[in-house]
Design a protein around this ligand. Structure first.
Ligand SMILES: Nc1ncnc2c1ncn2[C@@H]1O[C@H](COP(=O)(O)OP(=O)(O)OP(=O)(O)O)[C@@H](O)[C@H]1O
Ligand SMILES: [Mg+2]
Length: 241
């Protein structure tokens, strides 16, 4: 059984259908990248799994439990944490307050304290700046903070919508290095929306290409980044797999 299973998922906004018949699975400790053009439905897919957008058909199972009709906070407590596009943190609260607030979702306070150490070890700059308002962090540091917050919830599956958006390449490297470390050390499962297939192949894992709300192609990230099938499918060339 996969940690996350999505089957025949259809969802959208009002009468507009955005996602059609999505099938995917994420195993324990696995990374799945979601690539695709702007407007393909990548963010909508993450929001639907998180319970923010309601599916109109299909199933979403987290560790075997059907979550498609549950409220976002219930899904979060079951172990799915979403870092949305835009890196919103509580700007007026300190770095540590932001982290502790997310840790409050955990049943045990000592678990939250241990996780705080894990997050600070992973992103030492957050430890250094723990007492300053989150709004004063740089963009890259805020990205680390929102990822740190997702970790504080103790989720086994963390979804991140475009971790590289608007960040300098060296900061993106740093964020991905931290994510790879987490995957190794904690066996965390990751679902990452990433436009750059080069980034995806550097980190390794599986990749699905979403186009017009459907999965146009899926496979090993490294293998896909080497051939032309991915580029063909991305642009919707005739004959693409
Ligand atoms: N809140 C909303 N209400 C109505 N339509 C929306 C809403 N959010 C997104 N859409 C539409 O759903 C489609 C998919 O949007 P989505 O944000 O999921 O795409 P995306 O693949 O994440 O794109 P990007 O790469 O630009 O982030 C688009 O046509 C978009 O206009
Ligand atoms: Mg998006």
């Amino acid at each position: 059984m996969s940690l996350l299973e999505v089957a025949g998922l259809t969802a959208g906004y009002g009468r507009t259908t955005v996602l059609r018949g999505i099938e995917l699975a994420v195993d324990e400790g696995e990374t799945l990248f979601i690539a695709g053009p702007n407007g393909a439905g990548k963010s909508t897919l993450l929001k639907t799994i998180a319970g923010v957008v309601r599916p109109t058909a299909g199933a979403i199972r987290l560790a075997g439990q059907e979550i498609a009709s549950l409220a976002p906070e219930v899904i979060a407590r079951l172990g799915f944490s979403l870092v949305p596009e835009g890196r919103d943190c509580f700007a007026g609260l300190t770095v540590e307050e932001n982290l502790k607030l997310a840790g409050g979702l955990r049943p045990s306070a000592s678990d939250a304290a241990a996780e705080l150490t894990v997050v600070y070890d992973l992103f030492p700059v957050l430890r250094e700046r723990r007492s300053i308002p989150a709004g004063l962090l740089s963009g890259g540091q805020q990205q680390m903070l929102v990822i740190g917050r997702a970790l504080m919830t103790g989720s086994r599956l963390v979804a991140i919508d475009e971790p590289s958006l608007g960040l300098a390449p060296n900061i993106v490297d740093q964020v991905y290095e931290s994510l790879a470390l987490l995957r190794e050390k904690e066996g965390l499962s990751l679902l990452i929306v990433e436009q750059s297939t080069v980034r995806a192949s550097m980190m390794g894992g599986r990749l699905v290409l979403l186009r017009n709300g459907e999965i146009a192609l899926s496979g090993d990230a490294v293998a896909l980044s080497q051939g032309t099938a991915l580029r063909d499918a991305y642009f919707g060339y005739e004959g693409a797999a």
